[in-house]
Write a protein of this length. Sequence first.
Length: 199
Amino acid sequence: MTAVQQKKTAQRIGFKTGEFIVYPAHGVGQIANIEEQEVAGHKLELFVIDFQKDKMLLKVPVAKAIAIGMRKLSETDYVDRALKVVQGRARIKRTMWSRRAQEYDAKINSGDLISISEVVRDLFRADNQPEQSYSERQLYEAALDRMAREISAVNKMSETEAVRLIEVNLAKGPKRGAKAEDAEAEANIVVEDEQEEAA
């Protein structure tokens, strides 16, 4: 194989071997190889993506990579925007938890760093706040993990440092402790009063 052919094999549709990418359903992975396979008489080019933390290899057809949503790592300014998002006030819809959980899951699996940071912001609980339910904690940890992996790859830091960076930014957010609970308690009293009047 000539040097030109090797070069050709090492890069496809703007992605190259050794590069870190984001795959929506699994987060940050590294392109270990670009290989050809014959499937039903057709030659198929595949990205071989290594997700080291999950100890998983995934083969993605080159032709479908963009449609699936595979993308390059975010730019540093986009990472900064995501960190600003986690400093914001939680936006929690008054819908059933099952529906919200589906929406959070969809955001996590979108692969979009801003959407993932919104989940981190909305499900974060400070020490002075009520405990999360098991499913809330699972989603929060999944979003935090996805966000930290990408930030660590972009900023060339460990995942532990990336988690710390996210937590520092979460701490800069509005305090959601006692005041939020008081407001919710008052809202419940108002609802109960209205129900008694209706009766």
